[in-house]
Design a binder for this molecule. Structure first.
Ligand code: PLP
Length: 406
């Protein structure tokens, strides 16, 4: 019965981690997977998470009954609040709702499924969906899997200047068919680590509004770009002030270190509360046939943290600790490459933000790094800055130097 099943290609980032595991070189370094590591190279359970876990265990009133289809209400509302801001006019006007989802991926999936069925009143298999070039590799697949047939790249990265291709981006917005869907990274763009400035975001919003394009924000790294949650939500909040109806997929995998708890939220900004009510009613239908009800542990943990002022303050502090370590590693790697006089410019390492750096190493150089130096990074040249530590950074810098010179 399964004789005709072809072998699927492995997911690149997980294959890289497996190859890393099997590498016997004691000097090996994993700069692939997008997860935070301490300076000891270990995963970090946030202190605030440990504290809230104890609160949950001690609470005898909790049980394992099903949650509502759309999830834990106190999680959904507090998650939307950190995206849109406490004083968001849209929240005050009761036109913001949310769906608790399985991670940021689940939030993208729910949004995509809904848009295919209901966006603009049509079945939307032919509506173009634009994702940045390059982007997180799953964007394309999630939208294709939801039934969208026309997924297109929009210009984003200028490889030569190692920065944003603003003219290309604005040009693609201008020429996209009316009502096309655009997936925008809310902050800390993956993989380039390059976000538009406020002025550039304003230009993007102006074109999108004029050309009636749909904004689907993907917010997987709130807090990682600047260390400040509010600053990292600037673009999302600006679009709300401009009157957009939109979606924002939020992941709490990275900023809470809750990767395997699958905590995500799809924030929906609708035109009015009546629209919102009907959108949520259809979301219920989609959730019901997908995972039926979401899991509670991670969402409860996030909700308690966000809704308790002392814990919220502690979480913000924990996020800043992670963001600051990344900044330190950026400055350190750049300084080391400059000290080694590695050919090329390396300013982009400190100019880029968030968890990743787009090094500019080409696929051949990446192969050399992996094969000859046991340093594992994505074929695109993307490195996870959190994989660098004070112990391995000299080895990594020397290896990049050797690779570039060879
Ligand atoms: N969006 C982007 C840009 C990501 O980089 C990731 C994870 O790497 C996600 C969404 C999905 O996050 P989650 O693990 O919460 O599904």
């Amino acid at each position: 019965l399964f004789g005709e099943v072809p072998q699927a290609t492995p997911v690149a980032v997980f294959k890289l981690s497996n190859d890393f595991k099997e590498d016997a070189n004691p000097k090996k370094v994993n700069l692939g997977v997008g997860a935070y590591r301490t300076d000891e190279g270990q995963p970090w359970v946030l202190p605030v998470v440990k504290k809230v876990e104890k609160i949950i265990v001690a609470d005898n009133s909790l049980n394992h009954e099903y949650l509502a289809i759309l999830g834990l209400p106190e999680f959904r509302s507090s998650a939307s609040k950190i995206a849109l801001g406490e004083d968001s006019p849209a929240i005050q006007e009761n036109r913001v709702g949310a769906v608790q989802c399985l991670g940021g991926t689940g939030a993208l999936k729910m949004g995509a499924e809904f848009l295919r069925r209901w966006y603009n009143g049509n079945d939307n298999t032919k509506t173009p969906v634009y994702v940045s070039a390059p982007t997180w590799e799953n964007h394309n697949a999630v939208f294709a899997n939801a039934g969208f047939e026309d997924i297109r790249p929009y210009k984003y990265w200028d490889a030569e200047k190692r920065g944003l291709d603003l003219d290309g981006l604005l040009g693609d917005l201008e020429s996209a068919p009316k009502h096309s869907i655009f997936v925008l990274h809310a902050c800390a763009h993956n993989p380039t680590g390059t976000d538009p400035t406020h002025v550039e975001w304003m230009q993007v919003a102006e074109v999108m509004k004029r050309r009636k394009l749909f904004v689907f924000f993907d917010s997987a790294y709130q807090g990682f770009a600047s260390g400040c949650l509010d600053k990292d939500a600037w673009a999302v909040r600006y679009f709300v002030t401009q009157g957009f109806e939109m979606f924002c997929a939020q992941s709490f995998s990275k900023n809470f270190g809750l990767y395997n708890e699958r905590v995500g939220n799809l924030t929906i900004v609708a035109r009015d509360s009546d629209n919102l009510k009907r959108v949520l009613s259809q979301m219920e239908k989609i959730v019901r046939v997908t995972w039926s009800n979401p899991p509670s542990q991670g969402a409860r943990l996030v909700a308690i943290t966000l809704n308790t002022p002392e814990l919220f303050a502690e979480w913000k502090d924990n996020v800043k600790t992670m963001a600051d370590r990344v900044l330190l590693m950026r400055a350190s790697l750049q300084a080391k490459l400059q000290a080694l006089e590695t050919p090329g410019t390396w300013n982009h390492i400190t100019q880029q933000i968030g968890m990743f750096s787009f090094t500019g190493l080409n696929p051949k150089q990446v192969e050399y790094m992996i094969k000859e130096r046991s340093i594992y990074l994505m074929a695109s040249g993307r490195i996870n800055m959190c994989g660098l530590t004070t112990k391995n950074i000299d080895y990594v810098a020397e290896s990049i130097h050797e690779t570039v010179v060879n």
